[in-house]
Design a protein around this ligand. Structure first.
Ligand SMILES: *Cc1c(COP(=O)(O)O)cnc(C)c1O
Length: 368
């Protein structure tokens, strides 16, 4: 007979929550109220009035008493067009690409299996690996330019036999594109899936979308978040039906809500608006990069994404970050995330005015 003593709330929690969750940490989102928000790689521009008027119409006509189209057929058609998705490749949509990472992890990287990614990298790969009980292995990038250490990657793949390798292309938070040939080599030697996470494809000239069929274990993932539709939560996974048919069983029915489907379809029908905004962001990125280069005590890395990583060489990143917040500007302090990022900060490229305000505030933070 066990004792009849009622467990304390704390004891009950310890007994039933799976142990790996106690070790895991949640994704932290800081309060941005009243601040110029340059921390999350959002597109700073709003849509033109005419399109906003059509958005109002679509919302008022939406049949929200009905479940959404479970397969989001019309939206997938629009995506095929604007993203030039190869005809014979299948598509799965996620509630953001974060959900797609989770679907992949649940499908192949369950307990005892390994998820591998280079680091510094996108933190959700590890957060999701932890929550599904998979082992996460991070392989250090070369520390000067954050390129892939191909020898280290190939030997880690050989040693750990990962179920999935995630490669962000361009990489977050470093902003660089990995070498194309090294990526091909990794896909060729990987025993399981390789997911090329092209979250920033709108700002970079390179993509593996047209090369998926050269391999039988490569998936390409995209998102509309960084190019202007972060609030709709739409991630796109592209790859051979052989794999995607199985992954799709993990996806919850109706994961893409009616408003996201209808609004994305409408906005994608005028995709050139988002493309023009991306062009402006890329131009602003060049200006901002030059301005950062000219500041004493700041050393930026070249970026193929809509953000710039920089190191502060005279003042600690923690002090800079706090001083920026005091001046009403929120960027991301990534200093504590990985040893290689000591005193590094990541700033999203914003509008000209936002970037200007940031540069002024940064100079002040560094000189005082
Ligand atoms: C932002 C980001 C994502 C997640 O985007 P969603 O908003 O969930 O679509 C995925 N991968 C990388 C590398 C990112 O930077």
């Amino acid at each position: 007979m066990g004792t009849n003593r009622k467990p304390s709330p704390e004891e009950r929690l310890q007994q039933w929550i799976k142990p790996e969750l106690f070790e895991a940490s949640a994704y932290y989102v800081p309060d941005a109220d009243g601040l110029i928000k340059l921390d999350a790689m959002e597109n700073p521009f709003i849509l033109p009035d005419e399109l906003r008027e059509k958005i109002r119409e679509v919302i008022s006509d939406a049949e929200i008493n009905r479940y959404p189209d479970p397969n989001a057929c019309n939206l997938k058609k629009s995506l095929r067009e604007v993203m030039d998705i190869p005809e014979d490749m299948a598509i799965i949509l996620g509630n953001g690409s974060d959900e797609l990472i989770q679907i992949i992890a649940l499908a192949v990287a369950h307990s005892g299996k390994t998820i591998l990614a280079p680091q510094p990298g996108f933190v959700m790969y590890k957060i999701i690996a932890d929550t599904v009980g998979a082992r996460f292995i991070g392989v250090d990038l070369n520390c000067d330019d954050f390129s892939l250490d191909s020898e280290a990657m190939l030997s880690a793949i050989d040693q750990y036999q990962p179920a999935v390798v995630f490669l962000a292309y361009p990489n977050n938070p470093t902003g660089n594109l990995f070498d194309e040939n090294t990526i091909s080599e990794i896909v060729n030697v990987a025993p399981g899936l390789v997911v090329l996470d092209e979250a920033y494809s709108a700002f970079s000239e390179k993509s593996f979308m047209q090369r998926i069929e050269e391999f039988d274990n490569l998936l390409v993932m995209r998102t509309l978040s960084k190019s202007g539709l972060a609030g709709l939560r739409l991630g796109i996974l592209v790859g051979p039906a052989l794999w995607l048919n199985q992954l799709d069983k993990i996806r919850l029915p109706y994961n893409i809500n009616t408003l996201s489907q209808k609004l994305a379809e409408l906005i994608l029908s005028q995709y050139e608006i988002l493309q023009q905004q991306a062009e402006i962001i890329c131009a602003n990125r060049s200006t901002l990069f030059k301005q950062l280069q000219e500041i004493d005590g700041v050393s930026p890395w070249k970026s193929s994404a809509n953000f710039i990583l920089f190191k502060t060489t005279n003042t600690s990143a923690d002090i800079i970050s706090a001083a920026l917040i005091e001046q009403g500007i929120l960027i991301k302090n990534v200093s504590g995330n990985f040893p290689a990022l000591k005193d590094c900060l990541r700033v999203t490229v914003g509008t000209e005015d936002e970037n200007e305000a940031f540069v002024v505030a940064l100079k002040l933070a560094i000189s005082s």
